[in-house]
Design a protein. Structure first.
Length: 176
């Protein structure tokens, strides 16, 4: 039997989203499809799968991404679905531990991809917000405030990811 859950996670909360997906799996709900704010699960053996998310460098249909996904599939990883460049993976827990990033540098590189996803959108939102606020039309002011709010939200997300990255860099320095 399938069950659909609507839930909101921001891109900078991907680790919390992974944790939630793995908690669902522990209860016997295994992710089988994703959409924007939508997760479809199929019931099964509790704890049968581990789930991971990754923001790919390219779209999932790009030849480099296709080769990477095929490589993961050869190791027993299954791609459940994607939203833009975010890809949802799962692996049977009986096949051993599941980690997409083998070292701290690859984790830092992944966090950089997330930050660089936000930067151009954040710049556009701040620019649009300021230009609309400078107009003398009340509807433009509403759009301006909305755009600035989105820009601030993305700035907050960038800060959260930056702090995670700094923590990993400190950890890397300990091991060097």
């Amino acid at each position: 039997m399938k069950k659909t859950i609507v839930k909101l996670y921001w891109a900078w909360q991907f680790d919390k989203e992974e944790k939630w997906l793995n908690e669902c799996s522990a209860k016997g709900l295994h992710l089988c499809d994703v959409g924007v704010f939508r997760y479809t699960f199929e019931e099964g053996t509790p704890g049968a799968y581990s789930h991971k998310l990754e923001l790919l460098e390219n779209w999932p249909t790009h030849p480099e991404s296709v080769a990477y996904i095929r490589f993961l599939e050869d190791t027993g990883v299954e791609m459940v679905g994607s939203i833009l460049r975010w890809v949802y993976f799962r692996k049977k827990t009986v096949d051993g531990p599941f980690d997409l990033f083998s070292d701290l540098d690859s984790r830092i590189k992944h966090l950089n991809r997330i930050i660089f996803l936000f930067l151009p959108i954040m710049f556009l939102e701040f620019s649009a917000g300021l230009s609309n606020l400078l107009m003398h039309n009340s509807s433009n002011r509403f759009v301006g405030v909305l755009a600035l709010s989105v820009g601030c939200l993305l700035a907050y997300g960038s800060y959260v990811i930056h702090k995670k990255k700094q923590k990993l860099k400190k950890e890397r320095m300990i091991y060097e």
